[in-house]
Design a protein around this ligand. Sequence first.
Ligand SMILES: Nc1ncnc2c1ncn2[C@@H]1O[C@H](COP(=O)(O)OP(=O)(O)O)[C@@H](O)[C@H]1O
Ligand SMILES: [Mg+2]
Length: 239
Amino acid sequence: MQIIAAGGFAEYLVDKVAPPSVGYDSFEQQLSAALVRLGLVKPGELLHSFEEWHNYEQKGGETYVAAAQVVVEHAGVLIERPFVSKAVINGQETVNRMLKRRAFLRACGILTPELYSVHAACINEQYLPYTIQQHLPQGHADSNVLQDLVHAAAVLDRQGFPTFNYILDMRTDGHRAHYVDFGWDLWDPAENPVSCALAALMAFVKRHLPHLMEEIQRTYALLREAARPFSAGQSASLG
Ligand SMILES: Nc1ncnc2c1ncn2[C@@H]1O[C@H](COP(=O)(O)OP(=O)(O)O)[C@@H](O)[C@H]1O
Ligand SMILES: [Mg+2]
């Protein structure tokens, strides 16, 4: 295994995540064991390299986020797997709440980053390089990203999520848009449908893609009609 860059995050992985070392395992071996433990190297894969991008930094209100990339080999094919580790400040209870919201949105057809593991109040998931603001205005309006954005607005509103600006809580790999922030911003679904996400969507479209306003409003209306209403049982299970 090649270590391309390692700093505080790699040290954390070795000190706190790697299983207690028997004998004299090298730093590389312990780092490798930690990455296997976190699901970043899957069964049947061979770890080629680790590159730390940054140690835990506070970017949002509820988490510290570290980022790195592993390259693994599977059946002779190299796979790049960039990931983030989100340390949730308030601990496991908040993690559980986030995971429930995440599962709920996924069940409603909203994409979320691939989840590798949850360990010690850290959510380890796929890294998505671009914000929606970085991606969409650059002439990519025909991509599925816009479709995903409209669909997410329809679902969030239909389920009564009182979102503030849901577009800030989504990111993209350049092909599809995923929901990434399941913290307080998202809050919980309510009894009645709302139009919070529509307001954010139309403000965004008016600013960046004004020629698409009517079309997007029509698509939103269709998708919102099609979204299944939230059942009381599901609501209770969000806890
Ligand atoms: N999967 C991801 N890939 C890349 N960046 C991410 C990912 N998830 C979150 N981020 C970025 O990390 C920062 C904080 O994460 P977020 O989930 O929004 O937590 P908070 O609840 O603290 O706002 C945000 O700037 C967000 O865009
Ligand atoms: Mg956030």
